[in-house]
Design a protein around this ligand. Structure first.
Ligand code: FES
Length: 226
């Protein structure tokens, strides 16, 4: 029997808990608190995390490793841009102020509860050992015309490798603190979120989820609904 999709509450913020407990059933998700006992060892579809709690960023890194396929939504009490970006770099898929978390999550779930994806092998992790920056390029990848994989900190980040301005190969540019600079006209993008930080490009680039398992890095490709 397949377990019902569920949402893990890693927060005790009463306002967030109330709003998430309202929206979860709308998305077909059972809610479980982090301290609740359970024999269900399936991945949560969604984790909601209080980024202001002590040790929250360590917990974020741990749970990202343990459940790479879960959607992680973190909330902050203040709109602190540095912490916001740090949370995204550490693996938060959604970051929002506590009052706006439910709306942001509802919007993200409107496309459906995240589902376990198919694994497409990208590279052996041994091949990237000791290397930072761009560790893999692939033309004609399943998800993009050109794909680049960057090793930043302890994470592998997969992004589209064509600049949306005039098509240059982004991974041939400079990567500094998680920001790639297009080698042709200098547009900049955050490789963890795909966000355009500087033009002349006027759109973001796509990013794709990855998974480390058994010494291999995989791209996670969502299954088509059957
Ligand atoms: S091609 Fe990248 S900025 Fe122009």
């Amino acid at each position: 029997m397949t377990a019902a999709p569920w949402l893990l509450l890693w927060t005790s913020d009463a306002k967030v808990v109330r709003s998430v407990e309202t929206l979860a059933p709308e998305a077909g998700l059972a809610v479980r608190r982090a301290d609740a006992e359970s024999e269900d060892d399936t991945n949560p579809a969604v984790v909601v995390l209080d980024l202001d709690a002590p040790g929250a960023f360590d917990a974020l890194v741990d749970l990202r490793k343990r459940w790479p396929e879960s959607l992680v939504a973190g909330h902050l009490s203040l709109p602190d841009r540095e912490r916001w970006l740090a949370a995204e770099r550490a693996g938060c898929d959604v970051v929002a102020n506590r009052g706006a978390l439910a709306a942001a999550l509802r919007k993200r779930l409107a496309a459906g509860v995240p589902r376990r994806g198919r694994r497409v092998p990208l590279l052996a992790l041994a091949d990237a050992a000791g290397r930072l920056g761009c560790v893999h390029r692939e033309a004609g990848a399943e998800v993009a015309e050109a794909l680049a994989v960057y090793h930043v900190g302890s994470r592998f980040l997969a992004c589209a490798d064509r600049c949306p301005h005039a098509g240059a190969t982004l991974s041939e540019g400079e990567l500094e603190q998680g920001v790639i600079t297009c080698p042709r006209h200098g547009s900049q993008f955050d490789v963890s979120t795909g966000q355009r930080l500087r033009g002349p490009a006027d759109t973001d680039i796509a990013t794709y989820p990855t998974l480390e398992d058994g010494g291999q890095l995989y791209l996670l490709v969502a299954d088509e609904p059957s």
